[in-house]
Design a protein around this ligand. Structure first.
Ligand code: 26V
Length: 823
């Protein structure tokens, strides 16, 4: 394909020599002894040298121009692999490929040895990774701050249809992209007590926190390069290290385990990524992780700030974005640092804090809203608990001064939840401590105003704003779908790669040309074949690439309604068996996704998918018209193979529950048609792509709220739909689980009498929408026209657009460097 680079003979020779030099001096191998992994390491290290050269330039440029810096605080960065991403943004893909070919090594082959950096659970973490790449592309001077988990998201292994979690070991062979910065270390305290010391300056008492426990935070930096080397930013991840590795006295006394206990505890903070479900037992460690990375990051950025500027200028030079409430303790920590360490007065510190911090909300699910028991906070972070009480008191005083005395209102906007044991509401803390609170799609933002933050929104009507998510096209189009990218470049020119938001829409006229549609279809066919090959080799299942590839890949959660899709599988299975003579459209249903380890219902859904898959795939009466596959261990790398191969994208959450979704955008960008509810960013996608090019179905968020008022018993809906009734019946009766016929009795009963996610209520509408899918598939000219239009009209969902909006509306930064903010 045409690339944004020309690999000159000279550059190929230089790269080749650099690779050979790394092979010799970094891995200690030569051409004869090097194994594939040595080649990977040599190429990655050679690539990193190019990154470093550009990194230095960016740092100089930021310092010289005194750019305001953005700090993106996130407990999750779901990065995936970096070799191809880095080579591609450096413009060195062809150079690297040729240099390696001369050494008889295949770039693709060795790039597959790189483990995914899976330091995130799902959408929130992947968004952080897309944003990092976009900020580098646009020349926003940004640092990502997070935790360098030794073990990222678990590896999912399916045994007998059930999910098992295995530890993930991405660092086993080292990480060629990072630099350990032993010199950049901070001390983080926990526990202890607070005492008042007399401050000479203003007779008031000053608080001094004496923690009983301290750990060190050590920085690891990874350069993040933007498209065409626009700029290079830093992802700084913290590892926890004990202050003392060994208590020698205890060791010498024979207590060998006790001697390292303290170190083990300290180092457990960065040991493993927290799962998406927070259980009681794990709470303390989670809070430790949150405070650990927030404190290290704030100390680090303040240290950088005061080297050149007065502390008072913090909001002029620094913007801090809190990715969900996970870093919300930053509100209290920044106050502590400003008041206790930098000696600022409370009011002034508060004003700087609010002007510097901004908060993004990513979910309205009540069980996902963080709150910490006051008792735990008092024990672990006594000074922060004091500060939180003070913020609360100031806030309530301020409201009373405005003559607001409504008790219910005061209770609802308080930082302390009084009902279920006293707890600190992290959402309210983040809201009060930030000048901007944003949602991630128009609908989600509106619902934030009406639900979780209803009362706070009434008090601060200008604080909530919307920033609809986006995805980076470099990874989700250019890298993952080179076939489609070449086709687009062929028709729209190389400039497309620099300005896809503006130029993709120029593809629209091509939707009318049969020759173009044919090419469009051919690239999809190629990607479907690649996915079919993977499924064949991993699962031994043969897929018909002429069939519709109908895909639902995402975390397994009841609100995402994989069950609705599975009910459709069963109903379709029964329909084909009952009526074999109809000219059914062949379909392949593809599922992938991980369930949180302790989320039993989600794990049961995985088991059901596998049970249905086994039964259907082995039924000869179906004549291959329907196949169901569950692909194990969904991760970024697998997404890069699956998404470009999809014909149909399933985005079928209960309306009002999916904050945005981002895979919906990736699928549409690659030309898949969406079957979806009016939820999250689907709504805005339908406005841009056109409802005639999507299969929208089901209840709206408003209708969902109304339907819930009538209770969750679905007997009427089931009585109304023979199809639904018999699908449920088959699942309940053990048709798919003959080894344990009662396995799904409880699940089906739940759907019948307590259908929290309104699966049954939307079933018929979903079935009808699926019929529309089949009708359109039978008219290929129309299908492929819609498919082209999906790609053409998805430009707005670029994370570059999203970042430009954050930069202008929230951070007030003017991107510099060679970034192309204006497109
Ligand atoms: C957290 C939890 C924790 C407790 C158990 C259940 C549960 C379920 C969901 C979550 C989600 C946490 C936040 C999150 O990942 N939100 C996702 O953020 C994406 C980026 O904005 C967005 O596209 C997704 O719609 C949203 O779910």
């Amino acid at each position: 394909m045409s690339r944004p680079e020309c690999s000159s003979l000279e550059s190929v020779a230089v790269f080749r020599e650099r690779i050979l030099s790394k092979l010799k001096y970094a891995t200690g191998k030569d051409l004869t002894s090097a194994c594939k992994h040595d080649w990977f390491e040599a190429v990655a290290l050679a690539t990193r040298d190019y990154l470093v050269d550009n990194w230095e330039d960016s740092a100089l440029q930021i310092d010289r121009s005194e750019q305001k810096r953005v700090y993106y605080l996130s407990l999750e960065f779901l990065i995936g692999r970096l070799l191809i991403d880095n080579l591609s943004n450096l413009g060195l893909m062809e150079t690297a490929r040729e240099a390696l070919a001369e050494l008889n090594v295949d770039l693709q082959d060795i790039s597959e040895l790189e483990p995914d950096a899976a330091l995130g659970n799902g959408g929130l973490g992947r968004l952080a990774a897309c944003f990092m790449e976009s900020m580098a592309t646009l020349g926003v001077a940004a640092h990502g701050y997070g935790i360098r988990y030794e073990h990222g998201l678990f590896r999912q292994v399916i045994i007998d249809g059930w999910q098992h979690e295995h530890t993930e070991t991405w660092l086993d062979f080292g990480n060629p992209w990072e630099f350990e910065r032993s010199e950049a270390g901070y001390t983080i305290g926990f526990g202890g007590s607070v005492s008042t010391v007399q401050a000479a300056s203003h007779g008031l008492g000053r608080q001094s926190w004496q923690p009983t426990e301290t750990v060190r935070a050590i920085a690891y930096d990874t350069p993040i390069i933007g498209w065409k080397r626009a700029s290079v930013n830093t992802l700084r991840l913290w590892r926890s290290r004990a202050e003392r590795f060994l208590q020698l006295e205890r060791f010498n006394a024979g207590d060998h385990l006790g001697a390292v206990a303290e170190a083990v505890k300290a180092e457990s903070i960065s040991r493993v990524l927290y799962p998406a479900d927070i259980t009681e037992a794990g709470q303390e460690l989670r809070l430790r992780q949150e405070y650990f990375f927030v404190s290290a990051s704030l100390q680090d950025l303040l240290h950088r700030h005061v080297k050149h500027h007065d502390i008072q200028r913090l909001p002029d030079m620094v913007a801090i974005q809190l990715n969900d409430t996970h870093p919300a303790i930053a509100v209290a920590e920044l106050m502590r640092l400003l008041v206790d360490e930098h000696g600022l007065a409370w009011e002034q510190a508060w004003q700087l804090t609010v002007a510097t911090l901004a908060y993004t909300n990513h979910t309205l699910l009540p069980e996902a809203l963080e709150s910490w028991p006051v008792s735990l906070m008092e024990r672990l972070l006594p000074r922060h608990m004091q500060i939180i009480y003070l913020i609360n008191a100031h806030h309530i005083d301020m409201l009373r001064a405005k003559d607001i005395h409504d008790f219910a209102l005061l209770r609802s906007v308080s930082l302390i939840e009084e009902d279920q044991g006293r707890r600190v509401r992290m959402g309210n803390l983040a809201f009060l401590g930030s000048h901007s609170v944003n949602g991630v799609s128009a609908l989600h933002t509106e619902l934030m105003r009406e639900t979780v933050f209803r009362d706070l929104h009434r008090l601060y009507p200008n604080r909530i704003n919307n920033k609809t998510n986006g995805v980076t096209f470099r990874r989700w189009l250019y890298q993952s779908n080179p076939q489609l990218t070449s086709l687009l470049v062929e028709h729209l020119g190389d400039e497309l790669l620099d300005a896809p938001e503006r130029l993709l829409q120029k593809l629209e006229p091509c939707a009318e040309k049969s020759s173009f549609r044919k090419r469009f279809m051919e690239q999809r066919q190629h990607n479907k074949q690649a996915l079919a090959n993977l499924v064949q080799s991993w699962l031994g299942i043969t897929l018909d690439t002429e069939a519709i590839f109908d895909v639902q890949v995402k975390r397994i959660h009841e609100y995402k309604r994989q069950l609705l899709n599975l009910l459709h599988c069963v109903a379709l299975y029964q329909a084909i068996r009952n009526d074999p003579a109809t000219d059914w459209v062949p379909r392949v249903k593809i599922f992938a996704g991980k369930a949180a380890a302790s989320y039993y219902q989600a794990k049961l859904i995985i088991k059901l998918a596998n049970d249905i898959s086994r039964t259907i795939n082995h039924d000869p009466t179906l004549r291959g018209l329907l196949k169901v596959v569950f692909i194990p261990n969904y991760n970024v790398t697998l997404a890069e193979v699956i998404i470009p191969a999809a014909d149909l994208s399933e985005q079928i959450s209960t309306a009002g529950m999916e904050a945005s979704g981002t895979s919906n955008m990736k699928f549409a960008l690659n030309g898949a048609l969406t079957i979806g509810t009016m939820d999250g960013a689907n709504v805005e996608m339908s406005e841009r792509i056109g409802t005639e090019n999507m299969f929208i179905f089901g209840m709206s968020a408003e209708q969902v709220a109304m339907r819930r008022l009538a209770g969750l018993d679905m007997s009427a809906e089931i009585a109304h739909s023979q199809r639904l009734a018999s699908a449920l019946e088959a699942i309940r009766n053990g048709v798919f689980s003959p080894d344990d016929p009662n396995r799904y009795a409880g699940l089906v009963e739940g759907l019948q009498y307590h259908d929290r996610f309104l699966v049954c209520a939307d079933f018929e509408a979903y079935w009808q929408a699926q019929l529309r899918v089949e009708a359109l598939w039978k008219r290929p000219m129309h299908w492929w026209k819609s498919s082209v239009l999906n790609t053409a009209r998805t430009g707005w969902f670029s994370s570059d657009r999203a970042i430009r909006e954050y930069a202008a509306d929230i951070w007030n930064v003017m991107p510099g460097g060679s970034g192309k903010l204006g497109e």
